[in-house]
Ligand binder design. Structure first.
Ligand SMILES: *Cc1c(COP(=O)(O)O)cnc(C)c1O
Length: 373
């Protein structure tokens, strides 16, 4: 599914030297290595500020808290994402309102969001939190016209673009994760908040360090959500290669498409019949293929068949967020978001990483062809 050792081996010497530099300075929390990554990361995304933090989950929490989202306010987001997209909203004390997804992109459906905004609950909504799921930007055409704060969950989308603008620079503020499975990964837990606003960046810096602007003078209830020096050093090295890795993912996605089409397995969708529905790059998007997610009506049996042949696959995500035990408080029921529920039953992510080889992809598609016949 993902072989991180193939990325590590050629970078071995460079990473050791970067880590040794942190050891020499003995600056383990923030420090020059983190500051350097914040600058070069923000520059690569074309955004004014990057603020390093301890995880993608904390990046979401910091972005929401900096934007003063809290009790009495509501945020609209998707039921088809990783848990943190919703839990971060609840952590700041705000209400999370969900809207269904588009079955082609798996991202928030703009029409469904507008229906929430026009409903009775709409008046309470102060922010929208789109998730750029699987590496394709979620663009909401009404944007800021409705006076809402746009908070991007860009955890899966380093390098993705919408009409030439990079994820992380599309909204008011954005959150990235560098967890091991992400397309840009640290050597442990790390995240980044990006924004073009000087005021928001200043608030994120204050909040990630216990609400301190001056040492031991606490202006607000912040938290310890700082980035490690080691993580900054590792990320600065990998930042030089990420464009190439994303290009390699795009080539691998194109190869999967060709293999499935040539095998006669590709269906036009959005829902699968007897074959597989392939993921698409929509007009305006520059997809970085964080995941390559197919749809099939026999998902669980296919996953077992592949596992028997030692072929990795993964289900992102088997349970939509409104049906999670921990989120019963949202007050939703089965049937409330039929697209998200159907996607949760049909999606299967296939092996996808920059170093994935063509022969391995052929093995995957051949096995799927065998299963379907
Ligand atoms: C990974 C992920 C997060 C959380 O990031 P962590 O670094 O694991 O805390 C949030 N949202 C999405 C969409 C993610 O994929």
């Amino acid at each position: 599914m993902l072989d991180l050792k193939r990325q590590y081996e050629p970078l071995h010497q460079e990473l050791l030297a970067a880590i040794e530099q942190v050891l020499k300075t003995q600056q383990f929390t923030l420090g020059p290595a983190v500051a350097a990554f914040e600058r070069s990361g923000a520059a690569q995304l074309g955004v004014a500020h990057g603020v390093g933090c301890s995880s993608g989950t904390d990046a979401l929490w910091l972005a929401l808290a900096a934007a003063e989202i809290g009790p009495g306010k509501a945020v609209v987001t998707t039921p088809f994402s990783f848990f943190a997209s919703v839990s971060a909203i609840l952590r700041v004390g705000a209400r999370a309102i969900l809207a269904d997804i588009d079955p082609v992109t798996f991202n928030l459906d703009a029409g469904a969001v507008e229906r929430v905004l026009d409903s009775a609950a709409g008046a309470q909504v102060k922010a929208v939190l789109p998730v750029h799921l699987f590496g394709q930007c979620c663009f909401l055409p009404f944007g800021r016209a409705r006076g809402l704060t746009l908070i991007e969950d860009a955890a899966q989308a380093w390098g993705a673009e919408w009409k030439g603008v990079k994820a992380g620079a599309l909204g008011d503020i954005a959150a990235f994760s560098f967890y091991a499975t992400k397309n840009l990964s640290a050597a442990g837990e790390a995240g980044l908040v990006t924004t073009n606003s000087d005021a928001l960046a200043e608030r994120v810096r204050m909040l990630r360090s216990h609400g301190m602007r001056r040492r031991y003078y606490h202006d607000e209830l912040g938290w310890n959500a700082r980035m490690d020096g080691f993580q900054g050093a590792v990320l600065s090295v990998k930042l030089k290669y990420i464009d190439g890795w994303n290009q390699a993912r795009r080539a691998a996605a194109a190869r999967y498409h060709e293999l499935f089409v040539n095998a006669g397995l590709a269906e036009s969708g959005p829902y699968p019949l007897h074959g597989v529905v392939l993921p698409l790059e929509i007009e305006g998007a520059h997809h970085i293929w964080h995941q390559f997610v197919i749809r099939t009506s026999k998902r669980d049996a296919l996953r077992e068949f592949l596992a028997d042949r030692k072929i990795g696959s993964e289900v992102y995500y088997p349970v939509p967020l409104h049906l999670q035990g921990a989120l019963k408080q949202l007050g939703y029921n089965e049937g409330d978001f039929p697209e998200a529920e159907r996607a949760a039953r049909e999606v299967l992510a296939l092996p996808m990483f920059a170093e994935l080889r063509a022969d391995e992809q052929e093995t995957v598609v051949t096995a799927i062809a065998e299963f379907l016949s």
